[in-house]
Design a protein around this ligand. Structure first.
Ligand code: 4G1
Length: 247
C-alpha cells in the first residue's frame, strides 16, 4: 500500500514515520510513504504559499495554486488515480472501521492543511475529508500520521505475527482488560491471582468481565452501541449486576 503526503513539512512526516513499527514496515516494503513538499510548487519569489483571506478576517489561508499543482504533479507519476483525503476538522471522525476500509485502497494521497486552512477550491479534487477529533491543531501533519499509523496496522505483516489488528479492543467493541507481566509481585503490588492459576476458562471470564466493567464505567456509550449478538447471557447478567450496584 502506498501513501503520498502533501505537506509543508515533508521532513517531519518522513522522520516520524521512519521510527518503530511503521519504519520497519517501510523497510520491508509492506507500505510506501512518499512526501511531497507543497512549497516546491510555489511560484512566488519568496516561496510563499499563504495569502490573506478574501473578505478580511484574521489569519492566513493556504493558496489554491501550489496545492493544485502539487496534486497535478502526483497524478503525472501514477497510472491509477489515488484516493485523496483532506485531513480537516470539518471531516467525519476517523474510526477503526473507516481505517480498515481505507486499508483496502492501494494508494492514498493525504493533504495536510496549515494556517487557518486551505482555499476551498483546492479541496474540490479531494475524495473525502477526515478528522482525527475535535480540538485545535497547528497543521494536518499529525492527523495524516495518525491515519497512516492506524491504517497500516491492517496491512498483513506490519504487526508482529502473534498480534492481529482485528483481535483488539475495538473489534470486540470493548476496552482492553488490564494486563500484567513479570514479576508476579512488584513492591507488594500483586498480580490478580486468577492470572497465575493456569485455568484458561477462568482467565477468559475474568478478562471479559474486566473489559465489560471498564467499558461500562469509562465509555458507557460503547456498551450502548454493541450489537445484540456481541453479548452472551453471562455478559448481560454481569452488566445488569454492575448497573444495579452502581445506581
Ligand atoms: C476549527 C483537528 C478549527 C484539527 C475547529 C483535527 C479545529 C485535521 C485536523 C480547528 C485539524 C476545530 C484534525 C483547527 C487541522 C488547518 C490547519 C486546519 C490546521 C487546522 C475543532 C487548524 N484532523 N486543523 N484548525 O484545528 O487540520 O485532521
Amino acid at each position: 500500500m502506498k501513501f503520498t503526503v502533501m505537506t509543508l513539512f515533508p521532513e517531519m512526516v518522513d522522520q516520524v514515520l521512519s521510527a518503530s513499527v511503521i519504519g520497519r514496515a517501510r523497510e520491508k516494503k509492506l507500505i510506501e510513504v512518499q512526501c511531497m513538499n507543497i512549497r516546491d510548487y510555489s511560484t512566488d519569489k519568496h516561496r510563499r504559499v499563504d495569502d490573506y483571506p478574501f473578505g478580511g478576517g484574521g489569519g492566513m489561508i493556504m493558496q489554491c495554486q501550489p496545492v493544485y499543482e502539487c496534486y497535478a504533479d502526483l497524478l503525472k507519476t501514477t497510472a491509477q488515480k489515488p484516493y485523496t483525503v483532506y485531513l480537516s476538522p470539518r471531516g467525519s471522525v476517523l474510526t477503526q472501521k473507516k481505517a480498515k476500509q481505507l486499508s483496502e485502497i492501494p494508494h492514498l494521497a493525504l493533504l495536510c492543511g496549515h494556517y487557518e486552512g486551505i482555499d476551498e477550491r483546492a479541496m474540490e479534487q479531494m475524495d473525502c475529508e477526515l478528522s482525527i477529533g475535535d480540538y485545535v491543531l497547528t497543521g494536518g501533519e499529525l492527523p495524516a500520521m495518525v491515519l497512516i499509523d492506524c491504517v497500516s496496522r491492517f496491512i498483513p505483516g506490519v504487526l508482529g505475527s502473534s498480534v492481529s489488528a482485528e483481535e483488539e479492543s475495538f473489534s470486540t467493541g470493548l476496552l482492553e482488560y488490564p494486563q500484567y507481566t513479570r514479576p508476579a509481585d512488584y513492591r507488594g503490588m500483586a498480580v490478580p491471582e486468577v492470572l497465575l492459576s493456569g485455568n484458561h476458562a477462568h482467565i477468559a471470564r475474568w478478562r471479559r468481565e474486566e473489559s465489560l466493567k471498564l467499558t461500562w464505567r469509562r465509555r458507557p456509550e460503547l456498551i450502548a452501541a454493541l450489537d445484540e449478538a456481541e453479548l452472551d447471557k453471562r455478559d448481560r447478567e454481569f452488566l445488569a449486576r454492575l448497573k444495579n450496584q452502581e445506581k
